[in-house]
Design a protein around this ligand. Structure first.
Ligand code: PRT
Ligand code: ZN
Length: 225
């Protein structure tokens, strides 16, 4: 890819992190002009442009150099980091800052009537999740040998369908678990939106822009804390 002098930040196009990501960048003094296709926003105040994408695409876009920074849930970033490791590849992205919004937890959930006390009870059971790598790491640390049922969505109905005994999914209020007669048993990962960057930061003007943006982000986060 040819060198760029403008910085590019990928954020979620439409979803739980979109408004708060735009709000954070606005508080950092950035304003944008949206293109007609609404996937690219040209930075007016600084040489910083936005790409509006699916959250799952943010880590790879950073790794491939399509953008320099991204805002994404730690759950997505860490899952893809572990997946790259499993595939024997360097991830090419990392967390630079926790941003304090989009908070949730990746949690193990069990049927409401199940008396959960410790991870050992999961031995030999099947756990459905869209986060197989994060779950595998947690199970390994706990020394538990359980089956992981990797799904692409609708994880919470897996126990009722009989395709799994337990689930591991994102939880914020807990209402979705309750609606599916499940309860939270253990936290696998505490998550929030994070600013992600490549393994090494660009050494040109873009690096200077990143330094400036980080200082502004730190200021915004401090005021909020
Ligand atoms: O289209 P795109 O791929 O970009 O979006 P998406 O549908 O994959 O993601 P989106 O917008 O749902 O979530 C983006 C990010 O928000 C996630 O990766 C998390 O980092 C963060 N986040 C915060 C959440 C939640 N809270 C959350 N509650 N993501 C999902 N949920 C879901 C959860 O999966 C479950 O279905 O909400 C349900 C549980 O919520 P409660 O309140 O009932 O517990
Ligand atoms: Zn997604």
């Amino acid at each position: 890819m040819s060198a760029r002098d403008r910085l590019r930040i990928a954020i979620q196009k439409s979803g739980r992190l979109s408004d708060a990501s735009l709000d954070l960048l606005a508080r950092c003094g950035l304003t944008f002009r949206r293109s007609r296709d609404k996937l690219f926003c040209f930075g007016e105040t600084l040489a910083v442009d936005l790409l509006l994408v699916r959250d799952d695409d943010v880590p790879n876009m950073i790794a491939e150099g399509v953008c320099d920074l991204g805002i994404v849930g730690r759950n997505v970033l860490d899952e893809q980091f572990l997946a790259a490791g499993c595939a024997g590849q360097p991830a090419g992205f990392r967390e630079l800052r926790a941003l304090g919004f989009g908070r949730c937890r990746l949690a193990l959930a069990v049927p409401q009537e199940f008396q959960y006390v410790e991870p050992a009870q999961l031995g030999g059971k099947r756990i459905a999740t869209t986060y197989p790598n994060l779950l595998a790491k947690w199970l390994e640390r706990a020394g538990v040998d359980a089956g992981i049922v990797s799904l692409s969505g609708s994880v919470e109905i897996a126990p009722r369908l009989g395709t799994a005994d337990f689930i591991c999914d994102l939880v914020s209020s807990g209402a979705t678990l309750a609606a599916n007669q499940l309860k939270e048993a253990a936290v696998v990962l505490e998550s929030e939106a994070v600013l992600a960057a490549g393994a090494t930061l660009p050494g040109d003007e873009r690096g200077e822009l990143i330094d400036m943006l980080l200082r502004r982000i730190d200021g915004v986060i401090q005021v909020r804390a």
